[in-house]
Design a binder for this molecule. Structure first.
Ligand code: ATP
Length: 268
């Protein structure tokens, strides 16, 4: 179902995303608090943490759609939001952005025409659209109206749109929510295939901890802060836990104890 041609390997020692002192204020609240982290190129980095911890805000900052971002945030060697990044990043939000009154193929044809316009590119567009539909396993639904698809299928149409431009960085906000176990497994296989064959970087948010085990690296978040950053293996080893879920709970308990100690200490 997948047919990507290999991309060039990423230059060694670089980061796809690099943040220092990244802070975001939304309304009256500081929702990201001075984050320092990097996302290595050509790998799958999982962004995990409980609902409301700031995962979507962080992703929006990286793709350049978040207001009131301060600190340093570099993406593919440009400041986040730089116009040169538009065609290099694929972003899939939690709410699928598809036209309900168009079929799956028409949705993709529309976005393909924006990305790669002109009559001369018609054959290439057709090929790219067909392979993106196959990648997300919607070939048998290509002529169905998007409005008649299930939530998970609509999400996969959005993912296919993001794949059209062969982005170097794919930012996927909870792409497997509401999907059955077989589709989740197939999507994770697709993510690994994209990283391995194209050298693309994937940043994928989830609050399903078993998905953490499928990532090369993890950023664990809690209350607008990065709680831990490392491979699943290193997080398990560091905490003496058997699973990433247990490691995460251990780290949360540790952070809560630290907070409680700080609250008890008298201010001078
Ligand atoms: N417009 C706003 N004004 C004030 N606070 C906001 C606003 N939008 C979001 N927030 C707060 O920012 C925090 C981070 O939200 P965000 O959507 O980034 O979290 P999340 O980790 O992606 O959550 P989920 O997993 O539920 O999608 C939340 O506590 C939310 O209540």
């Amino acid at each position: 179902m997948m047919n990507y041609s290999p991309g060039p390997p990423p230059p060694p020692g670089t980061s796809a995303v690099s943040a220092a002192g990244l802070t975001v204020v939304r309304g009256p609240r500081t929702v990201l608090r001075s984050l320092d982290f990097t996302v290595p190129p050509g790998q799958i980095t999982g962004l995990l943490g409980p609902s409301g911890c700031g995962k979507s805000t962080l992703m929006r900052s990286i793709v350049g759609t978040q207001a009131k971002v301060t600190g340093t945030l570099d993406v593919l060697d440009h400041p986040a939001g730089h116009p040169a990044l538009r065609s290099r990043i694929g972003y899939v939000t939690q709410a699928p952005s598809v036209y309900d009154d168009l079929t799956v193929r028409q949705n993709l044809d529309y976005f393909a025409a924006i990305l790669d316009p002109g009559r001369a590119a018609a054959d290439r567009r057709h090929e790219n659209v067909t392979s993106a539909i196959a990648d997300v396993d919607l070939t048998t639904h290509a002529d169905a109206l998007a409005g008649n698809l299930s939530g998970g299928q609509r999400g996969r149409v959005s993912l296919a749109v993001a794949l059209l431009g062969t982005p170097e960085l794919l930012v996927l906000d909870e792409p497997t929510v509401g999907l059955d176990p077989v589709l989740r497994r197939d999507l994770w296989a697709l993510f690994h295939h994209i990283a391995a064959t194209r050298g693309a970087t994937l940043l994928i948010s989830s609050h399903v901890m078993d998905e953490a085990e499928r990532c090369h690296r993890l950023l664990l978040m809690r209350q607008g802060e990065i709680l831990a950053d490392g491979t699943p293996e290193s997080l398990r080893t560091r905490t003496g836990a058997d699973t990433v879920e247990a490691a995460f709970l251990h780290l949360v308990d540790e952070a809560n104890e630290g907070d409680a100690r700080n609250e008890k200490e008298p201010t001078r």
